[in-house]
Design a protein around this ligand. Structure first.
Ligand SMILES: *[C@@H]1O[C@H](CO)[C@@H](O)[C@H](O)[C@H]1NC(C)=O
Ligand SMILES: *[C@@H]1O[C@H](CO)[C@@H](O)[C@H](O)[C@H]1NC(C)=O
Ligand SMILES: *[C@@H]1O[C@H](CO)[C@@H](O)[C@H](O)[C@H]1NC(C)=O
Ligand SMILES: *[C@@H]1O[C@H](CO)[C@@H](O)[C@H](O)[C@H]1NC(C)=O
Ligand SMILES: *[C@@H]1O[C@H](CO)[C@@H](O)[C@H](O)[C@H]1NC(C)=O
Length: 681
């Protein structure tokens, strides 16, 4: 925001007041005899706390105002030069409160916030002068970088208020709050007519009372409409995937109390088509725990036996709270109605890892083994140095009775010391093993003789940054389906935390064996039912160095066919989630068949580039099938490569889609943009 000469006068005025007030002990600076329309020094561009007052404590002082541009995780994204860095004055654990000068509330207020998540102890608050009432507050997201919070303050319009930056956290990690660029009125909503801020912030999260998920989720501008999310709280691994009595079941690792990992619950949803979901009651809750005990119900899988649906899962004990417990064992929960799950009195069904194996022992995945027509499970383990997959057998397919077969597979040197979420199943004439390692999903395809897997080929389950803990299941029609957690695991950049939720599941994918023996993914056919209107068809179309607009939506499916034989360009670039300020770029290099995703200027999310080398299409036609869903992006190439990312645009206008050819022309034989609706309607 540019400082106007009007603002500048106020800043000078603030300086005079501050100087005058130094003569007294510690009184509030006397307010100027004018209508306080605007807060003084709203972006700290004086380089100090002029116009602001340290109410108490030593968390804030003139050293808090910094012009540092970046930290270990990237840029701070402050406005102009200066901002408040909560650690700069006296470290993480210092406490205190800083308040702005008083001003008159009007239609809207916005500001930039960064730092720790702690709704009780770390927040920016709007306080009414008259009675000291805290009207609104917003905590951070455990990220240093600043994101824009927008508040509707219309109902207090005309009242005198001030902003507080409140830090009562003594924590040594994420015990601080960053702040910048307080704005009022139209300026709070965006940068001119062409760029309107996403209205992020817990105060914008619509209350859940009696609202169906369909409209509730539509109101949150960051919320995917057809990727599974939880209304509030955190989700990670998809679990217990199964089609049972016609209905698809999706459970997720879940922590309801905060948008962060915590003692694990299992949330539960069901669907007639693996596309449209209906929320069911939470299936599993952690055992009653003392504060700080992180024991919970970790990932597992579903098993149909007789007329019951069973969940076979990891029971995790936080050994700090339970020093005598085995850290991870396997338990079963059963249901006759697919809604109400009861823990078995026979638990644990596998009381400990096999003799000699370390404590890491998690995520049992049940599968049918056609080599001996039996029920088996694989489970993530370790030999202390490398990831390992252990194999168990259930005689007579009894979910409560498991015997150890042996080590199915051990990772090569250099792999992670623990593999998570292994899945193992036959596909075509091969066996597929996939697992989580080093925050990535890795697959291997090869052969299996009933007890040991031999790998022939290895690759990534998903070439993008946001995929982990994928789970496979076979549906009633025999298809091999999978859902993955759109994790973005290695980054702190999860702006949806400011709206109270974190984590989303991928769309349902169908797995297949690629021509080169690798694991391929394609969107399931049922996703066609999400179309909320007719597709916009373009092409055939020749595109050169002048970008061609092909759509304006962030909730859609975009399909392209490029005739490579007629294309002279060295690359083509698709710009998605695009406005004049930002975009997400997807580039295909014709020379080396490389697909590159670039989120360097995509908004608040993780900035980076990711690459995948695609197979050369036999018919010389490149096809891309792209799912855009507000903050989710999934790109499926015709060869079975998939790339997933979360994208968090800053501006509501970032919905453009365009294509450009670089150094030559691109022959697009077909382009279609289909608007998609909600999974919840
Ligand atoms: C700050 O935290 C302390 C201890 O955690 C608590 O006693 C005190 O009431 C808190 N103060 C405020 C203003 O929240
Ligand atoms: C869930 O199942 C258990 C065991 O069958 C039963 O005791 C309990 O009443 C059921 N709860 C509900 C809500 O149906
Ligand atoms: C496989 O085992 C099941 C029982 O577990 C049995 O009903 C089925 O006939 C068996 N199939 C074959 C091919 O042996
Ligand atoms: C499978 O292969 C392993 C390793 O070669 C061997 O030890 C094992 O006996 C084989 N099992 C069967 C059932 O053939
Ligand atoms: C493919 O070619 C592009 C353009 O020359 C280059 O930037 C990129 O690094 C190449 N990627 C691979 C995997 O070779």
């Amino acid at each position: 925001m540019a400082i106007s000469s009007h603002d500048f006068k106020l800043i000078k005025l603030g300086l005079a007041i501050l100087t005058a007030s130094k003569a007294f002990a510690n009184p509030l600076p006397e307010q100027p005899k004018r209508r306080p329309e605007e807060p003084l020094n709203p972006g700290f561009e004086t380089g100090n706390l002029q116009g602001w007052q340290v109410v108490h404590g030593n968390a804030f002082g003139d050293r808090s105002v910094t012009d540092l541009a970046s930290y270990w995780g990237g840029p701070f994204y402050q406005d102009q030069k200066h901002f408040i860095l909560g650690t700069a004055q006296d470290g993480e654990s210092a406490v205190g409160e800083l308040r702005s000068s008083s001003f008159r509330a009007n239609s809207a207020l916005s500001f930039l916030i960064g730092g720790g998540y702690d709704p009780d102890n770390l927040y920016v608050g709007l306080v009414r002068d008259r009675d000291g009432q805290l009207l609104l507050k917003q905590t951070g997201t455990n990220d240093e970088a600043l994101i824009r919070i927008v508040w509707d303050t219309g109902k207090w319009s005309g009242q005198e208020v001030h902003v507080v930056i409140h830090d009562n956290s003594t924590k040594e990690s994420w015990g601080h709050i960053n702040f910048d660029d307080l704005r009022l009125g139209d300026a709070a909503l965006g940068n001119g007519p062409g760029l309107t801020f996403q209205p992020i912030g817990q105060a914008n999260q619509p209350p859940a009372h009696d609202q169906p998920a369909c409209s509730l989720f539509a109101e949150d501008p960051l919320r995917p409409q057809y990727h599974y999310t939880q209304y509030q709280g955190w989700i990670n691994d998809p679990a217990g995937l199964v089609q049972w009595k016609g209905r698809h079941h999706l459970f997720s690792q879940y922590y309801p109390a905060a948008p962060f990992w915590g003692p694990m619950y299992w949330s539960h949803a069901e669907s007639p088509d693996a596309v449209h979901w209906r929320e069911l009651p939470v299936a599993l809750t952690p055992k009653p725990a003392e504060p700080g005990d992180e024991s919970g119900r970790f990932t597992g899988s579903a098993m149909i036996h007789g007329d019951e649906l069973h969940l076979v899962l990891t029971d995790y004990f936080d050994t700090r709270a339970h020093p005598d417990a085995v850290q991870e064992n396997v338990i079963v929960a059963s249901s006759s109605d697919g809604v109400n799950f009861t823990l078995s009195p026979q638990n644990p069904v596998i009381p400990a890892p096999p003799a000699g194996a370390p404590a890491f022992f998690r995520d049992p995945k049940v599968f049918h083994d056609p080599t001996d027509n039996s029920t088996k499970l694989v489970i993530g383990a370790s030999n202390g140095e490398r990831g390992q997959v252990q194999l168990y057998h259930a005689p007579a397919s009894d979910p409560f009775s498991w015997s150890h077969v042996g080590v199915l597979y051990t990772g090569e040197e250099g792999t992670d010391a623990l593999w998570e979420c292994p899945n193992f199943f036959p596909l075509g004439d091969k066996w597929v093993l996939f697992y989580g390692s080093k925050a990535l999903g890795v697959y291997e395809t090869g052969t299996y003789n009933g007890s040991v897997f031999v790998s022939e080929k290895r690759g990534l389950v998903d070439a993008g940054p946001a995929s982990y803990a994928m789970q496979w299941y076979k549906d009633e029609s025999g298809r091999d389906l999978a859902i993955s957690w759109m994790a973005n695991w290695p980054t702190t950049k999860w702006p949806s935390r400011a709206n109270g939720w974190a984590g989303q599941q991928s769309i349902t994918r169908e797995l297949f064996l690629r021509a080169d023996g690798g694991l391929g993914s394609r969107p399931i056919a049922e996703l066609d039912s999400l179309a909320s209107g007719p597709a916009r068809q373009l092409g055939p179309l020749q595109v050169s160095d002048e970008a061609v607009d092909i759509g304006n939506t962030n909730t859609a499916r975009l399909k392209l066919t490029v005739d490579l034989g007629e294309t002279s360009a060295s690359s083509l670039t698709l710009s998605l989630f695009q406005s004049q300020a930002e975009s997400t770029l997807l580039t295909y290099h014709t020379g080396n068949q490389t697909l590159t995703l670039d989120t360097t200027n995509a908004g608040y999310g993780q900035a980076g580039t990711w690459e995948a080398v695609l197979a050369k299409p036999a018919d010389n036609k490149l096809t891309l099938d792209i799912f855009l869903d507000r903050s989710a992006l999934e790109v499926f190439a015709g060869d079975g490569t998939v790339m997933s990312a979360t994208v968090w645009p800053r501006y509501q206008e970032s919905t453009g889609i365009s294509v450009v050819g670089n150094q030559g022309t691109v022959a697009l034989s077909a382009v279609s943009v289909t608007p998609l609706g909600s999974s919840w309607c």
